[in-house]
Write a protein of this length. Structure first.
Length: 151
């Protein structure tokens, strides 16, 4: 019988989805993120671009700042970012400089995601995707349908 790992990628992506739901409730594009080290969440964040009137206030950027403050340094080695949408070019650049060890994202972003923009991550950063992809994509779709119907 296999042991269940309570703190697996699915567990942490659910926490990122909770952040995305918070963003949704605030009228922000529903993207959420958490950063972990040794199976401990050290940062939680969601998009705040509307609330802060700041185009750089993406969930990943907020999480990087929070995690760096928690660790007392700018490098996020041995940390994992869980984010509900593939990071954009700007966020991927910040993730590169943070030297984050691992990124796990839910939904792909074929138009604005870092992969199709040709942006590179740090050579030691590994990437996984697709965990809770359907849920994350559905939340984003619902958000944009509601926004279009209000305008």
């Amino acid at each position: 019988m296999a042991l269940l790992e309570p703190f697996d990628d699915y567990y942490f992506m659910k926490k990122a989805m909770q952040e995305a739901e918070t963003a949704y409730d605030l009228g922000e594009i529903p993207v959420g993120a958490v950063i972990t080290i040794n199976n401990t969440i050290i940062a939680r964040a969601h998009n705040l671009t509307e609330r802060l009137n700041d185009v750089t206030a993406h969930a990943e950027m907020q999480a990087i700042t929070s995690a760096a403050n928690y660790l007392g340094g700018k490098y996020l080695k041995d940390c994992t970012l869980y984010v509900t949408l593939e990071p954009c070019q700007m966020c991927a650049g910040a993730l590169y400089w943070s030297q984050l060890s691992r990124i796990v994202y839910a939904a792909s972003d074929p138009s604005r995601g870092f992969k199709n923009m040709g942006t590179h991550l740090h050579p030691k950063t590994t990437v996984s995707s697709g965990i809770m992809q359907m849920e994350a994509a559905a939340l984003l779709k619902r958000f944009f349908i509601e926004k279009r119907n209000l305008n």
